[in-house]
Design a protein around this ligand. Structure first.
Ligand code: LMR
Length: 398
């Protein structure tokens, strides 16, 4: 049977990790997979995570099953972290959160819930979007289409074109939005633009599906959630997929949450029951460990304060790298490139490079990034900025 299977190429993002590790060059730079790195290129375990993890292990009395919906305390605290404690969707009891194996697991759970409704809506994703959105959503059986989003020339959002497309979609279709720190471009909506998007979604009875995987790494913990909060305050129904991989540094522990906003409490409860059934049918229940750590951090003042400080430090380091790199690119490429990178936010930006130019950077300079020119800002170090900017300038077509 398996002789019918042909070997597949590596994943466009994860494959870069292995290629980088295998490169014997002494000077090499990894701007590939989206993980935070310190100045030495290491992805540290956060001190708040270490402390909370020890507390979790010391207090744990059992390893018995938790259940398909995961850790209820985690679900409640994460829902509050995203929406803010006093959000009307929470006080009107229209929201339910279900723990999921990472942001990917959350995205798939939401996709399966859309299928379970029987309506099989088309999901509209930004052009471009995170590469893994496609298999995660279409793998559940959903049809995908894209809406205009990024202007590679200006490095900004093509907002008029985006809004025009959304305004022409049929009622009941789903619109996937990046809550903050757009992946792969770093080009985010302003609050004024979020308001216009929310109004169109409401008027056209579209279902927003917000993917928020970088809360705290763009402008700040509260600021980065404002788009999702506005959406949840405006529309009757929405999905929100959340990842704790980057802002808690829990990548391999697979910690995520799928939030469903329904028209009323009964529908929210019914939706959550479907999510638990779907989880049971795919992986039975999510892994406990990482979610238990997050619940401990969010529920204990000392851990919480330490985590927020560490998150602020990660964001500020990336902002400094971004500004310094943008200034260097202004010299080696041009002012437009520098200005665009400077204005973008979060872990990523997209350099205006051809796939062939990206190949040259890898082969000649041992600089790794995805072939669309996406770079992980955290993979830059202050020490490497000039070298990197020179190399990018050498393959950049003016
Ligand atoms: C990325 O975009 O690099 C990260 O979200 C890691 C992944 O799973 O692709």
């Amino acid at each position: 049977m398996f002789d019918s299977l042909q070997a597949l190429p590596e994943d466009p993002i994860l494959g870069l990790m292995a290629a980088f590790r295998a490169d014997p060059a002494s000077r090499k730079i990894d701007l590939g997979v989206g993980v935070y790195k310190d100045e030495h290129g290491k992805t540290p375990v956060l001190a708040a995570v270490r402390a909370a993890e020890q507390a979790v292990l010391a207090d744990q009395q059992t390893k018995t099953y938790v259940g398909p919906g995961g850790n209820d305390q985690f679900n409640a605290l994460m829902t509050e972290l995203i929406l803010g404690k006093q959000h009307t969707a929470l006080t009107s009891r229209r929201v339910r959160g279900v723990q999921a194996p990472g942001g990917c697991g959350a995205l798939r759970l939401g996709a399966e819930l859309l299928i379970a409704t029987g309506s099989r809506p088309t999901v509209h994703v930004s052009d471009p979007t995170w590469a893994n959105h496609v298999p995660l959503l279409s793998g559940a059986g959903l049809k995908l289409e894209s809406y205009p989003y990024f202007d590679a020339r200006t490095g900004a959002v093509r907002f008029d074109a985006m809004l025009e497309r959304l305004d022409a979609l049929p009622a009941g279709d789903v619109v996937l939005l990046h809550g903050c720190c757009h992946n792969p471009t770093g080009a985010d909506l302003s609050m004024e633009q979020w308001r216009k998007v929310a109004d169109v979604l409401l008027q056209r009875r579209l279902i927003p599906y917000v993917d928020i995987a970088y809360q705290g790494l763009g402008e700040g913990i509260e600021q980065d959630a404002e788009g999702a909060r506005l959406i949840a305050a405006t529309v009757p129904e929405a999905l929100v997929a959340v990842s704790c991989s980057k802002n808690f540094g829990l990548y391999r522990e697979r910690v995520g949450l799928l939030m469903v906003l329904a028209e009323n409490e009964a529908q929210a409860n019914a939706s959550a029951s479907h999510l638990r059934k779907i989880a049971r049918g795919i992986y039975s229940m999510p892994p406990d460990h990482g979610a238990a750590i997050v619940a401990r951090i969010l529920s204990e003042a000392k851990f919480n304060a330490d985590w927020r400080n560490e998150l602020d430090a990660m964001r500020n380091r990336m902002l400094k790298l971004r500004h310094t790199f943008a200034a260097a690119l202004t010299k080696t490429c041009n002012a437009e490139v520098g200005t665009a990178i400077d204005r973008q936010r979060g872990m990523f930006s997209m350099l205006p490079l051809t796939p062939e130019a990206v190949d040259t950077l890898r082969e000649k300079h041992h600089i790794y990034m995805t072939r669309d020119g996406r770079i992980n800002i955290a993979g830059i170090s202050l020490e490497s900025i000039d070298y990197l900017a020179e190399a990018v300038g050498s393959v950049f077509r003016r």
